[in-house]
Design a protein around this ligand. Structure first.
Ligand code: BTN
Length: 325
């Protein structure tokens, strides 16, 4: 059974918006026999698609499974670049590793890697990222912006704004951003972003934007050591969230805002970022590799650098740190 043809048939059926398509019509369109069409229907059912077979009318897809397979994402996806190519694996070590590999093999701008679970998901500062199977969105996006490498860190901030907008659109939740890359709900982390760079003497070759979004976990789905600091959209809203819809929204806003950043700079996005921030105006402790600074977070610069004023009145630019509030 050619699975690509199975998915093409499913796509055709989903695009017919609820109308049944006859076995004969599908057979003619795909140049195969009606028996072959019937086998593809069985294959889809095995994959969790619910198919209604209407007498004399044909087949209709009633529901699709809760997976992040390309077909379930690409139907209804309103982007031009991001997500036009999606690499999906049921399980992997880390989508970052796959995305780095694909980027080296010249995968186009906007390629997305999605998985249901990661065995070695990684976070910032070489931390482990908990990736419960089928409960979250574990994804890496390959971007190839034509900007100098020093502009790379802002992509993390821009992506954070995109994710907040997506969560707001798909749920009734109002997430906040903790500098630089944590998205919080009720003070607990529901999303992390890890931006990695492939560059050479010619500049940025690829940005690998890794997104870990806790969607439908319950408390016990998290490892014990993060249960006190992590949360999911479901835990806060009390409702199971449609992961496919959420991925489409994240891809849409990521394309919109990264393009806005490339075309118009950080100005508008900085205002948006600050409007979502929990950090700005607050007393914070910034833990860096060798030292810690305490003071008030006054804002971010046009480069996305956190501006921290210590008690002695000095203003410090913080490029990378763990922030405690
Ligand atoms: C952080 O807050 O420390 C960043 C977490 C990023 C996790 C995502 S999950 C998808 C992608 N693959 C990984 O291994 N990490 C990122």
């Amino acid at each position: 059974m050619n699975i690509t043809v199975t998915y093409k048939i499913a796509k055709r059926m989903l695009e017919s918006t609820g109308e049944a398509l006859s076995g004969q019509q599908l057979a003619d369109e795909f140049g195969i026999s009606r028996t072959a069409i019937w086998k593809h229907m069985k294959e889809l059912e095995e994959k969790g698609y619910e198919i209604e077979s209407v007498k004399k009318k044909g087949y209709r897809i009633v529901s699709i499974p809760d997976t992040l397979e390309p077909i379930t994402i690409q139907i209804g996806l309103k982007t031009k670049r991001i997500g036009q190519r999606i690499e999906y694996v049921e399980s992997c070590t880390s989508t970052q590793i796959i995305a780095h590999q694909l980027a080296q093999e010249n995968a186009p701008d906007g390629t997305v890697v999605l998985t249901e679970t990661q065995t070695a998901g990684r976070g910032r500062m070489a931390r482990k990222w908990d990736s419960a199977a089928h409960k979250g969105v574990w994804m890496s996006i390959i971007l190839r912006p034509n900007v100098p490498p020093q502009k790379a860190p802002q992509f993390t901030l821009v992506t954070a704004v995109a994710i907040v907008r997506a969560i707001e659109e798909v749920t009734a939740l109002q997430p906040k951003i903790k500098w630089p890359n944590d998205i919080l709900l009720n003070g607990k982390k529901c999303t992390g972003i890890l931006t990695e760079l492939q560059s050479d003497a010619d500049g940025i070759q690829a940005l690998i934007v890794g997104i870990g979004l806790n969607v439908n976990q319950d408390k016990e789905d998290f490892d014990l050591e993060v249960q006190g600091i992590a949360t999911s959209l479901k835990m806060i809203s009390g409702q199971t969230v449609n992961r496919q819809e959420l991925v489409r929204a994240v891809l849409f806003y990521t394309e919109l805002y990264t393009q806005m950043y490339i075309d118009e700079g950080f100005g508008m996005l900085k205002i948006l970022w600050e409007s979502y921030s929990t950090t700005i105006g607050q007393p914070v402790r910034a833990r860096m590799t060798n030292h810690t600074l305490e003071g008030i977070a006054e804002g971010i610069s046009d480069d996305g650098v956190l501006q921290l004023r210590t008690l002695d009145g000095k203003l410090h630019g913080i490029y990378s740190a763990d922030i405690e509030m």
